[in-house]
Design a protein around this ligand. Structure first.
Ligand SMILES: NC(=O)C1=CN([C@@H]2O[C@H](COP(=O)(O)OP(=O)(O)OC[C@H]3O[C@@H](n4cnc5c(N)ncnc54)[C@H](O)[C@@H]3O)[C@@H](O)[C@H]2O)C=CC1
Ligand SMILES: C[N+](C)(C)CC(=O)CC(=O)[O-]
Length: 496
């Protein structure tokens, strides 16, 4: 059974709003309480960004979006929900008061997570009647894309709560990392704080400006850290002798004057203005919303790259995404399990997202192939050839593809695909797929493809089993009555 069927967000700013989006996109209804007069508008904008990002992130069938309900009080928001996420400003007294109120009105077994960046859970749970169900669930901005949640229990938090919290965040595509002991700022913010302090000194001392500092990060170790952490990265930096050699070589530097971070800069008006004006110049007129859009596109691209890494198995956040998608496919989301075979099967509905567009301003070549591949995967799922089937040792492999480009697909354009079976036997399926513009139905591209049923371990084609052929039969019979599509059997013409 699911840990979270209904959630509440108390505080709906940068972080609370993005938590609401994360829950809603996982199909969970969310109650929101935030006294800000513009809370609904702000969360609406975060939701729109999150939906755009998910459109780029995954083709897996997301469940129907959860409903957002804006409530007039904490009491109303937390009534009957399974998970309450507190994301009010970082002030101990405020948070403690809000959490105590949540505790008074929530179901005694409901989980209560705090988004605090650094306060101790023991301090937050001090006045609670049921403190055993309260913990820190510290996310990273943007919560709807970055999967990490640091889970930190206080003195009165039960082990069962932390276990349920770990399972709960996994359900919404996140990675719960349990921190063994409570400590201010946990692990992530301790590391960020060290870097942040050092960075402020480098600006204060005119060693570099904000743009130079950001360039140093994003062209180098920033990219490394998205895929391996500090220790794994430095292990490799030690060469064949690994971590021990790395420590021997760079250990002495720890005693050299390579850092100022244990002193705190004086964030006086002059320094605030210096950083503010350098940051304005760096933004070059881009609004926060524009920067968020670029950030989200970049993060999606990084996760896609990580999903394809390690020989296709996925790595880090990419492996997490791949596993989440497998679960989404297994659940099937909104996907129809049967189709009317009296016409071509409509299998994929999608939109051209920014990551698919090339320098010509339209969908780039390999994305057509991806869409044709996603459509043939959808056909295979209809036939019962899903992840479990593939893991058991059999699959269909594509052995031939011929694509024709007939029109253009531009950024944001809505598309759908249809598939018509041309021929099949116990080993082969041959089919014709069309990509349509969703508004007009016009055909933008077609592909004719052939797949063979294979024994993956033996690497040879073998007949498909009866259960697959039985599902294929009604489609084959229905499509045998259709006209052969214009363009089927075509090849690239060559004048000699
Ligand atoms: N901004 C960030 O990068 C991150 C922030 N956090 C943590 O998340 C929490 C929230 O931070 P942000 O979202 O950045 O702040 P924010 O200022 O964007 O949002 C706070 C929201 O809480 C609302 N609020 C104030 N009093 C309230 C009350 N009594 N009941 C309900 N809502 C109330 C405000 O109207 C506001 O919308 C903090 O604990 C922060 O440390 C965690 C990770 C990252
Ligand atoms: C600046 N911050 C302490 C609020 C940062 C975080 O808590 C995590 C993040 O998203 O960087």
């Amino acid at each position: 059974m699911s840990i979270i069927t209904k959630a509440a967000c108390v505080g709906g700013g940068v972080i609370g709003g993005a938590w609401a989006a994360r829950f809603a996109l996982a199909g969970i209804d969310v109650n929101i309480f935030d006294p800000h007069p513009e809370a609904e508008r702000i969360i609406g904008e975060v939701m729109a960004n999150a939906e755009k990002a998910y459109g780029m992130l995954t083709m897996a069938p997301l469940p129907p979006r959860g409903k957002l309900t804006f409530c007039k009080s904490i009491e109303q928001a937390v009534e009957g929900v399974d998970w309450i996420q507190e994301s009010v400003p970082e002030r101990l007294e405020l948070k403690r008061g809000v959490i105590t109120e949540i505790d008074a009105f929530a179901r005694p077994d409901a989980l209560i997570g705090s988004s605090t960046s650094g306060l101790l859970p023991s301090d937050l749970q001090a006045d609670m009647k049921y403190p055993e169900r309260m913990f820190v669930a510290h996310p990273y901005n943007p919560v709807y894309l970055l999967p990490l949640v640091e889970l930190v229990g206080g003195k009165k938090t039960s082990a069962a709560t932390i276990k349920r919290a770990e399972e709960g965040v996994a359900e919404i595509g996140m990675k719960g990392v349990v921190i063994a002991k409570e400590i201010e700022a946990f692990v992530g913010d301790r590391l960020l704080e060290a870097l942040w302090r050092e960075a402020l000194w480098l600006i204060q001392d005119d060693i570099c400006d904000t743009e130079t500092l950001d360039n140093v990060m994003r062209y180098s170790f920033g990219m490394r850290w998205a895929q391996m952490g500090l220790f794994e990265t430095y292990r490799i930096a030690g060469g064949e002798a690994g971590m021990r050699h790395f420590l021997a070589q760079f250990g002495p530097c720890l005693k050299w004057p390579w850092t100022k971070f244990t002193d705190v800069v004086d964030l006086d008006d002059a320094l605030v203005e210096k950083i503010g004006s350098q940051s304005d110049a760096q933004a070059a007129g881009r609004s926060i919303r524009e920067l968020e859009r670029i950030r989200d596109e970049n993060l999606v691209g990084i996760m896609h790259a990580l999903k394809a890494s390690n020989g296709g198995e996925g790595w880090g956040a990419g492996k997490l995404l791949a596993d989440f998608e497998k679960r989404l496919w297994a659940k099937g989301g909104n996907q129809a399990k049967t189709h009317d075979a009296s016409g071509p099967l409509r299998l994929i509905d999608t939109k051209v997202n920014a990551a698919w567009v090339d320098y010509n301003g339209h969908m780039t070549e390999h994305r057509y192939l991806q869409l044709f591949g996603d459509t043939s995967d959808a056909l295979l799922r209809l036939l019962g050839v899903d992840f479990a089937y593939v893991e058991a040792g059999h699959s269909y492999y594509t052995v031939e593809t011929h694509i024709r480009h007939l029109g253009e697909a531009k950024l944001g354009q809505e598309l759908y695909t249809t598939l018509q079976l041309l021929a099949s036997d116990e080993k082969r399926v041959q089919f014709f797929t069309r990509i349509h513009d969703a508004a007009s139905g016009e055909v933008i591209a077609t592909a004719e493809q052939m797949m063979l049923h294979v024994d993956a371990k033996a690497s040879k084609s073998v007949p498909a089993p009866t259960e697959v052929l039985t599902k294929l039969k009604p489609i084959a019979e229905g499509h045998a009555k259709l006209e052969v599509p214009e363009g089927a059997g075509r090849h690239v013409g060559q004048k000699r």
